[in-house]
Design a protein around this ligand. Structure first.
Ligand SMILES: [Zn+2]
Length: 283
């Protein structure tokens, strides 16, 4: 087996404010686009990798801070009814962790921690060769590890969360205090050409990422930490800073754990969710 192939890909920006009705219409459109021209019966099912918290045992969305109107929505049964196909629901970072372990940067290892750093921070673990799902499949919400007494308000409503300091949104908010409106990508570009402020902002981001990742390493003892999400595209600029913090802060036997960028990129979650579905169905 050479790993899975993405045959077709379709996407739209989530119509978050429209609630379930608007997003289900989007899903209908995207499924039709991807399924167009495929032989009848050739689609084994639908695997959903979604931001959480969600109950992947029951197939129900619980309370996603960025998606109003979905609390308690039984998306698995609703989609199964709409399409006549089997549906799997998994937290996106757990799916991505599984994808990177099965077919990506963590292939062949027994213990892998994954974190995605973009708008927010999510996490997932494969430990002792098994995906860690926890009660209701909600394990791995590492963005809400507390790293400070106070600080910017987190998407979850609390303060001091890892995500509130180290997410791409937090990085952009810090940069905006100096540069005005700016994207993470532009800050990395500034750092890349030697701009001192851009370089300092990237070093600060690596410091926060290193602190959270050091906690993750102490918590689950992975052989490797895989970083995905938008900020992993500039991993080469964050790499040294993150490892400096681990070297400085981790207890001695944990200092040699390495962090690497995801190799499946944007597709970690898609491939992971599909691989989980194949595994569950034994195909
Ligand atoms: Zn939080």
């Amino acid at each position: 087996l050479n790993g899975p192939q993405i045959l077709r890909r379709a996407s739209e920006k989530t119509a978050a404010q429209g609630g379930p009705d608007a997003i289900l219409s989007q899903i209908d459109r995207l499924v039709a686009e991807v399924a167009a021209g495929t032989a009848p019966g050739s689609i084994a099912g639908i695997a959903i990798a979604s931001a959480g918290p969600l109950d992947s045992d029951e197939g129900v969305i619980l309370g996603i801070p960025t998606l109003p109107g979905w609390d308690g929505f039984p998306i698995r049964s609703v989609l199964a009814e709409r399409t006549g196909l089997p549906v799997l629901l998994e937290n996106d970072a757990i799916a991505a962790a599984f994808g990177e372990w099965r077919h990506g940067a963590g292939a062949g290892l027994g213990h892998v921690a994954y974190l995605t750093v973009s708008t927010g921070i999510g996490g997932g673990f494969v430990i002792d060769g098994k995906v860690v799902r926890g009660r209701k499949g909600m394990a791995g919400h590492v963005g809400h590890i507390r790293i400070a007494d106070d600080g910017p308000r987190c998407s979850c409503g609390a303060t001091g969360c890892f995500e509130a300091f180290a997410s791409g949104s937090a990085f952009e908010a810090r940069a905006a205090q100096h540069f005005g409106q700016i994207t993470a990508k532009e800050v990395f570009e500034a750092a890349r050409v030697g701009d001192p402020l851009g370089t300092a902002l990237v070093a600060q981001e690596a410091e926060y990422l290193g602190q959270g990742i050091t906690s993750i390493i102490h918590l689950v003892s992975p052989e490797l930490v895989v970083m995905g999400g938008g900020l992993s595209q500039a991993f080469d600029l964050l790499n040294t800073g993150i490892h400096d913090v681990i070297e400085r802060d981790a207890m001695a036997p944990f200092k040699d754990v390495k962090v690497v960028p995801a190799v499946l990129g944007d597709n970690s979650g898609l491939i992971g969710a599909a691989a989980l579905m194949h595994e569950k169905r034994g195909i």
